[in-house]
Design a protein around this ligand. Structure first.
Ligand code: BGC
Length: 236
């Protein structure tokens, strides 16, 4: 590591946009948030090309954190429901490490977003409502990796993501989508007995629910800010 207090290049690969930002040691943003639309088709080669173009616009980072919209284990991507099937079994961490010659950590996008928001006490659940529905569960700040609640069968033969992701928002419209969200809050409270729930993602701006002290709406910025925390979790 070239600096005592390393600078992290945080990357968020999403179904509609690819974003990057530089963060200091304390997770403080030290660059603009740069974004390009997710290339089509969103294959590894095309996404990496988009990352190359973004990377050229920032200077001076020591390590890279990536939030990826699927199951990630030890730097390899195993699902990518809203990207392209060619991500299944793709060694994302080692590909970027070889290409950019910096250490890389990769985690699920909702997990990274959660790291930027959680308090680290008790059971905390994060749901992200964007193209897909992301989910991440923590106990005392430790991630339980691999939760894919979005694809869990739920109501009327459809999954949580079918109802609450981008397709669900289009299908139901704002009012009904908010009703489904209320049901999902109740259902997840009974399933996980969370102490606190955080809801983020691009569609969180459409939430019209009454304030609830146990539920926080979080900004999309956390999607990148959580990148520094990946380096505190020895298991990632
Ligand atoms: C994926 C999750 C991801 C979420 C949000 C879902 O379709 O399965 O892994 O976190 O979309 O991007």
């Amino acid at each position: 590591m070239s600096r005592e207090k390393p600078i992290t290049l945080a990357i968020d690969i999403g179904g509609s946009g690819v974003k990057i930002m530089l963060l200091d040691w304390n997770s403080k943003p030290i660059s603009e948030r740069l974004r390009v639309p997710t290339p089509q088709p969103p294959t590894p080669d095309n996404v990496i090309e988009a990352l190359d173009s973004l990377r050229k616009q920032v200077k001076g980072f020591d390590r890279i954190s990536i939030g990826f919209p699927g199951v990630v284990k030890r730097g390899v991507t195993y699902t990518a429901a809203n990207l392209d099937p060619s991500w299944i079994g793709f060694p994302l961490a080692s590909s970027i490490r070889k290409r950019w010659r910096r250490p890389v950590r990769v985690a699920n996008d909702a997990a990274v977003q959660g790291f930027g928001a959680i308090r680290g006490h008790g059971v905390e659940l994060v749901l992200t409502l964007g193209t897909g529905m992301g989910s991440a569960l923590y106990t005392d700040g430790n991630l339980c990796p691999g939760l894919e609640l979005g694809h869990h069968p739920w109501l009327k033969g459809l999954t949580y993501e079918d109802h609450l992701g981008r397709r669900g928002y289009k299908r139901h419209g704002k009012k009904k989508w908010n009703k489904y969200l209320t049901k999902a809050i109740e259902q997840t409270e009974h399933t996980f007995n969370w102490d606190h729930l955080y809801i983020g993602g691009g569609n969180a701006k459409h939430i019209t629910l009454e304030p609830n002290p146990k539920v926080s709406i979080i900004s999309n910025q956390e999607g990148l800010i959580g990148g520094v925390a990946l380096w505190q979790d020895s298991d990632l």
